[in-house]
Design a protein. Structure first.
Ligand SMILES: *Cc1c(COP(=O)(O)O)cnc(C)c1O
Length: 364
């Protein structure tokens, strides 16, 4: 069979995976570590799977320099289930869940929390159409806050926190689904970080939770077992059957990141990709218009617009014919979006910048 060329994949999630990882998975797909079966076919209670599971945990700790006193969980249900699990586990009576509303995903987190307990939106950029992130000074935790919840990168709007707020003794909780591992982060500043895997970590099916053990240990006994952090923490995320193939793929992605030189190098590469695309937008004399405020621009999701929707439609159609995938903005905001997660090669961004210039020459 002829080798089909890899698409220029700018999908928002599930998203591009490193070609090296896919090939490695392919090479050990049928017979994993000489067991005569694939990883999907073996017991999650056996030594072989358990090793993969613990390797992934260890690598994540290494790459993010996760301090002592934190645990890493592999859960299911996506980041969307965390929107509910966070308040179910951590929002005790008399306390308030404090939320920073920065866009589509933060709004969903607020909506779920409101079903469960007392919530308060302590900062919002809705009046700026969510096109910027709040400054650290805008975020002040109320005295009775159980936690402060932020969304580090708004995948749909294309905004990202440049610096994180300091919430003192109140645990800071971040939904990092679309920018985890895109740059180094000081985990000790956070009570909890969670992320669905399918943007920057691997395939869908597993959700990573990194949290201080004290936040994981005391889940109320009134909530179902599967929704209690304490159950998963006590059982090394093996209380029930884990999403074993997804965890295995995450492990391969983490190895790939380590081989690339860790998160400092990953950040440099991501910066270069983002600068290339934002530069193309900014140097287009208003033909392309960046959506996000400059100081809030995401290095993961580049959102931009053209003069009108007709032109945007033409752009998406011609880009599709030229091999570019996933450039249509989310249906809720329109426009265009290039998601340039860790696994998207610089060469794909170069090809896109080239295409954008050609499209402008023809239509400008
Ligand atoms: C994609 C995304 C989610 C939803 O993730 P699921 O795994 O589909 O539940 C939540 N938050 C952010 C920031 C996202 O990008």
């Amino acid at each position: 069979m002829e080798q089909h060329q890899r698409a220029y994949n700018f999908n928002a999630g599930p998203a591009a995976l490193p070609l090296e990882v896919l090939k490695r998975a392919q090479s050990e797909f049928v017979d994993f570590r000489s067991q005569g079966m694939s990883i999907m076919e073996m017991s999650h209670r056996g030594a072989v799977y358990e090793q993969v599971h613990n390797e992934a945990k260890q690598l994540l700790k290494e790459l993010l320099h996760i301090p002592e006193g934190y645990d890493v969980l592999f859960l299911q249900g996506g980041a969307s289930t965390q929107f509910a699990m966070v308040p179910m586990n951590l929002l005790a009576g008399g306390k308030v869940g404090a939320y920073v509303n920065t866009g589509s995903w933060a709004s969903k987190a607020v909506k779920e929390a409101e079903l469960i307990g007392e919530t308060q939106v302590i900062a919002s950029t809705e009046s700026d159409r969510f096109m910027r992130m709040p400054t650290a000074e805008e975020i002040v935790a109320p005295e009775n806050a159980a936690y402060v919840h932020i969304t580090s990168n708004e995948t749909i709007e294309g905004t990202q926190f440049a610096t994180y707020p300091d919430t003192g003794d109140v645990p800071l909780i971040a939904d990092m689904s679309s920018d985890i591992l895109c740059r180094p982060v000081d985990v000790s500043k956070f009570g909890m970080i969670y992320a669905g895997a399918q943007k920057n970590l691997g395939p869908s099916g597993v959700t990573v939770v990194i949290a201080k053990e004290e936040l994981l240990a005391n889940s109320p006994k009134t909530i179902p077992s599967m929704l209690r952090y304490s159950i998963h923490h006590k059982n090394n995320s093996l209380y029930n059957t884990p999403p074993s193939f997804s965890v295995y793929m995450v492990n391969l992605v983490l190895q790939w990141l380590k081989e690339r030189g860790g998160l400092e190098q990953v950040e440099r590469d991501n910066q270069a990709k983002a600068e290339l695309l934002y530069g193309t937008i900014d140097n287009s004399g208003d033909f392309y218009r960046g959506c996000a405020a400059r100081d809030s621009r995401s290095i993961m999701n580049v959102t931009f617009r053209l003069a009108d929707e007709e032109l945007e439609k033409a752009f998406i159609k011609e880009a599709g014919e030229a091999g570019f995938v996933g450039l249509k903005g989310h249906r809720s905001v329109g426009g265009l979006r290039a998601s340039i997660y860790n696994a998207v090669p610089y060469a794909s961004c170069e090809a896109l910048a080239q295409f954008m210039k050609q499209f402008q020459q023809k239509n400008g």
